[in-house]
Design a protein around this ligand. Structure first.
Ligand code: ADP
Ligand code: MG
Length: 296
């Protein structure tokens, strides 16, 4: 990547990070440096108890309206959890709480057994290992696929000092592995702006993976994808399961069925709390779930 492009890319990335951190009122660059110092002090998350994410009794009000109402949820280490629920159920608000974009009125949120997410800023939460994929892909379109991944790598706290250094062999290998995972090896030199909608989504997931998050939050990741892209995305998430914990919010039941393989737990949110939990077939037959989906 030329220094010009790299600089342009860095600026785009920082503008993007800044948009993400509006809730904390900090700029990303200052915030990130400060966050790194604190994260070093916080240490690595402790997953020895097998819990990746623990939400307890979380309430979020907007002008008196409870978007989340005593929400409790536990995600295990390496688990792939699908969350469904009608529009307005509070799914996105839940992700906003986990990532520090929205502060709950009450409740607890822990990453592993020691990291209290409610005491961290949005950039700090990203630094401790929680990655979030928004609904709209936000790749840097004038750059190539490879350069987007390189940019994500350089934005990572462990690589920050070497912004203008050449990539090491190990870093190139890592980019190569991610390109394979996201099915974009053949497109590595292509301008990201020329990719299909689905490919852009994969690229953004790849950019998240470059930072090796322990927990990945994916909000409607297959919206707007073709059937084939949707199927490949499910395959990708199934590959990531185990290595990462994944929370996937999705409306596409065929996709959820593929991800849960007929047995994994699905959580149904409704009016800001958990309405039902269990295998997809069970929750789909649950009378209360049927009622909220049909709006009776
Ligand atoms: N910033 C906000 N201000 C006011 N109301 C909000 C805000 N964000 C979300 N809400 C409301 O909270 C409820 C839950 O929204 P959301 O979490 O986006 O639901 P979902 O993602 O499940 O569709 C909705 O009724 C929505 O209108
Ligand atoms: Mg939503």
């Amino acid at each position: 990547m030329t220094p010009d492009l790299l600089e342009a890319g860095t600026q785009a990335r920082e503008a993007y990070d800044e948009r993400r951190s509006t809730a904390t009122g900090k700029t990303a660059s200052g915030g990130r440096a400060a966050a790194y110092g604190r994260v070093l002090k916080l240490g690595e998350p402790d997953f020895t108890h097998g819990v990746a994410l623990y939400l307890d009794d979380i309430t979020v009000s907007f002008d008196g309206f409870k978007a989340l109402n005593k929400l409790s949820l536990t995600i295990n280490v390496g688990e792939l959890r699908c969350i469904i629920g009608p529009n307005g159920a509070g799914k996105t608000t839940m992700m906003d709480c986990i990532t520090g974009k929205t502060r709950p009125d009450s409740g607890k949120a822990f990453f592993g057994s020691t990291i209290d997410l409610l005491r961290l800023t949005e950039p700090e939460i990203a630094q401790v290992g929680i990655g979030r994929k928004f609904q709209k892909p936000t790749v840097y379109e004038p750059l190539s696929v490879f350069d987007n991944l390189e940019l994500a790598l350089r934005a990572d706290r462990r690589a920050r000092a070497s912004l203008f250094h050449r990539l090491s062999g190990e870093q190139r290998d890592r980019i190569g592995q991610v390109l394979t995972l996201i099915h974009l090896s053949q497109e590595h030199g292509r301008e990201a702006g020329l990719l299909s909608h689905g490919q852009k989504q994969w690229l953004e997931i790849g950019m998240l993976l470059m930072q090796e998050p322990k927990l990945l939050l994916l909000d409607e990741p297959v919206a707007g994808m073709t059937d084939e892209e949707t199927e490949r995305t499910a395959e990708l998430f199934l590959t990531l399961e185990g290595q990462h914990s994944l929370v996937v919010v999705e409306h596409d039941m065929k996709f959820v069925d593929q991800l849960t393989e007929g047995r994994k737990t699905v959580t149904v949110l409704h009016e800001g709390s958990v309405l039902a939990e269990g295998p997809l077939a069970d929750v789909q037959n649950n009378e209360q779930v049927v009622e909220v989906y049909l709006g009776r």
